[in-house]
Each structure stands twice: as structure tokens, then as C-alpha cells.
Write a protein that binds this ligand. Structure first.
Ligand code: IYR
Length: 223
């Protein structure tokens, strides 16, 4: 067991209140332009951009600083095709009986179906895995903590970083996702969390006409 070691907080930056307000508003304006995209272009995206965004995601707060995430970035066309094939097989079962009627009804306004062309067309697929434990040097298992929370936060930061870079994403959750361990040859301690599809939107991309809840429906202030 190692005790704490501290360094001065030198990276923190405070802004005057008016600037703080402006920055908060500007950032909201930037984020509310983000849309989940299903129509991707096949235009290539430089790997360096993805690398920087992954480093940004890797700064996420997380349980005991164990950083229990693994990002498997797939650009290889043959592997993307295998992922598409396996995902569509699960989705066909999902849409044609496995999913409860209520779930299918909840999705109807988004127009999703079992066809996942984007898995082949988009230049990058980032398969995100959550490490529930890590192998120790002695051959044991070191448990990780708040794994879903940690990986969820990192994923949110990754989506934000990619959007900020000018890329579109789709948070894809094939269900079940176990096939990703097989296709991507991941060990047992890694659980597939989701697949982030990354690229440029297709020129003719459309998105569902949906809105976000206003502040008074998502927040309650008690002062
Ligand atoms: N995994 C399916 C279904 C799906 C589920 C939810 I919840 C969504 O917000 C969107 C889709 C699919 O990818 O089509």
C-alpha cells in the first residue's frame, strides 16, 4: 500500500464572473449543436485526431484512479465488416422479437432498425471496454471500482472531444455485445460497454426531429 503524495494544483484557472458566464453559455451553445448521426461519409479522418480525443477521454475522473477503460479503435475495413455482420445478427433478433414491444415502441420515433451500414462506412469504430478487474503480477485479480460510472464519464468526455474537433458520433449499443470480445480478441476481464462510430456526416445526413428537456425538467435548485 502506498500513501498519498501531493503536488500543488498548478493547472487550475479561475475566470472573472462575467467571463465564466460567457464561457458556460458558449460551451452549451457548442454542445447543443451535437447530434447523434446515423448517416456517415466514408471520408477518412486522421488517426492523430482520434488519439488526442482518446487522451482527453483518459483524463476522466474515475474510481481509485484505476482508469478501467480500454478503447479498441478499428479502422480496418475487414474487421469493420465483421463487426457489422455480428451486430446486425444480434439486431435482427432484437427487432424481430427479442426486444419487448414497449422498447420497440420507445425507439419508433428515432427510426432505428437492424441495418447498420454505418459500422462499415464510417472511418473509425471505437469499441469501448470496461475492465471489471485487472490481472496482478502474482496472477491474482485486482478489483476495480465504480467501473460503469468511470467508463460512462470517459465516454461522455470522448464524445464531447470528438464533437469539439468537428466530428460526428453515434453511440451504438448492440445488444448483447459479447461478440465484440470474440471479434476483437479481448480478455475475460473486459466487458464491452458500447461502440462509438466516428467520422464525418454524409452530405445528405438527416437526424430525427427531437428536442432536449428544458432546465426546469432536468434540474431542481434548493437554495
Ligand atoms: N441497440 C439497438 C436498439 C437501440 C436501443 C436504444 I435504448 C437506442 O437509443 C437506439 C437503438 C440499435 O442499435 O438499433
Amino acid at each position: 500500500m502506498t500513501g498519498p503524495r501531493y503536488v500543488p494544483l498548478s493547472s487550475y484557472r479561475e475566470y472573472p464572473e462575467d467571463e465564466m458566464k460567457r464561457r458556460a453559455e458558449d460551451f452549451y451553445a457548442e454542445l447543443r449543436r451535437r447530434r447523434t448521426v446515423r448517416d456517415f461519409s466514408d471520408r477518412p479522418v486522421p488517426r492523430e485526431v482520434i488519439e488526442s480525443c482518446l487522451l482527453a477521454a483518459g483524463t476522466a475522473p474515475n474510481g481509485a484512479n484505476r482508469q478501467p477503460w480500454r478503447f479498441v479503435v478499428v479502422g480496418d475495413p475487414a474487421l469493420k465488416a465483421r463487426i457489422r455482420e455480428a451486430a446486425e445478427e444480434e439486431e435482427r433478433a432484437f427487432y424481430s422479437g427479442r426486444a419487448p414491444k414497449e422498447w420497440i415502441e420507445a425507439l419508433a420515433h428515432l427510426g432505428t432498425d437492424e441495418n447498420k451500414l454505418f459500422l462499415e462506412r464510417a472511418p473509425w469504430l471505437i469499441a469501448i471496454f470496461a475492465e471489471s478487474w485487472e490481472p496482478t503480477a502474482e496472477g491474482g485479480k485486482a478489483k476495480n471500482y465504480y467501473v460503469s460510472e468511470s467508463v460512462g464519464i470517459a465516454t461522455g468526455m470522448l464524445i464531447t472531444a470528438l464533437h469539439h474537433s468537428g466530428l460526428a458520433t453515434l453511440t451504438h449499443t448492440p445488444s448483447p455485445m459479447k461478440f465484440l470480445n470474440d471479434v476483437l480478441d479481448r480478455p475475460d476481464n473486459e466487458r464491452a460497454f458500447l461502440v462509438l462510430v466516428v467520422g464525418y456526416p454524409d452530405e445528405n445526413a438527416t437526424v430525427p426531429d427531437i428536442t432536449k428537456k428544458p432546465l426546469d425538467q432536468i434540474a431542481h435548485f434548493i437554495e
